[in-house]
Design a protein around this ligand. Sequence first.
Ligand code: AMP
Length: 292
Amino acid sequence: MRIVLLGAPGSGKGTQAQRLVERARIPQISTGDLLRAAVARGSELGRQAREAMDSGRLVDDSLVLGMIRERLGEADARKGFILDGFPRNLAQAHALERLLASLGKPLDAVVQLEVDYGELVRRIAGRRTCADCGRVFNVLTSPSPPRELCPKTGAPHRLIQRPDDNEATVAERLRVYDEKTRPLIDFYRARGLLRVINAEGDVDEVTRRLTQALGARSGRAAPATRATARRRARSSSARRKPTRPKPARARTKPAASASSRSRASAPRRGAHKTLRLAGATRRRRARSSKRR
Ligand code: AMP
């Protein structure tokens, strides 16, 4: 499977990607991690990337694209990958699309992790990373289990806070996300690849929502699912007396506000209501025909 995890800093892309790695046995490719490694090595790439990273801006596209091309060419990425933190703007999204088309391996899904702004700030403040294995923890929401040892060193995790997780840089990173990365939601929705999940709450629950979203056939499946619900509602309303109102159908067409549009591919939201309402109507009819 070839997946992109889309979401603001602190939305849990890294944590969820690490969990998917274990389940799907495909690598997580995080451009942030690759860039931090380059900085730590003191390579030329790291030297060029550092200033932008320290101030919360995006690193130059040409550097990031060169790095991602190289990484996607490695053997472990052949059977699939989870992109975390890439693409981050439209130019990168177009470049990725071209690159994958040339390899004959287009994306299967893009999952957007939705988290409220205040919660993002809170999560980033609590985020800690193991300096040795790179596992991400959060002292507030998902602390390192007390006796868990680092798989790299066999010793307890050495937790560090990322230098760019400070207040001023975080505000800039969130602003950059809104300006440059958020437009990718529409980009991928237009391609039928987008799925949106609520990424707040319990980490295990978010993983469950994520795997469920990936289990759904594709972003294109969302309208199909609503269509299925409409077909069922229609067949149940065909059995209804013609004078009955049709509450269920009206509910399946929510106003297209920005937030409802961004959730458009959340599976079966309207469908649940439709089916519940149709079921209630059937039960009422069964009761009244028994009385007759
Ligand atoms: P992250 O770990 O994904 O939050 O990334 C940390 C920092 O690395 C970002 O604030 C950017 O400065 C840089 N970075 C990571 N991924 C990208 C990307 N795809 N394009 C440009 N800069 C990136």
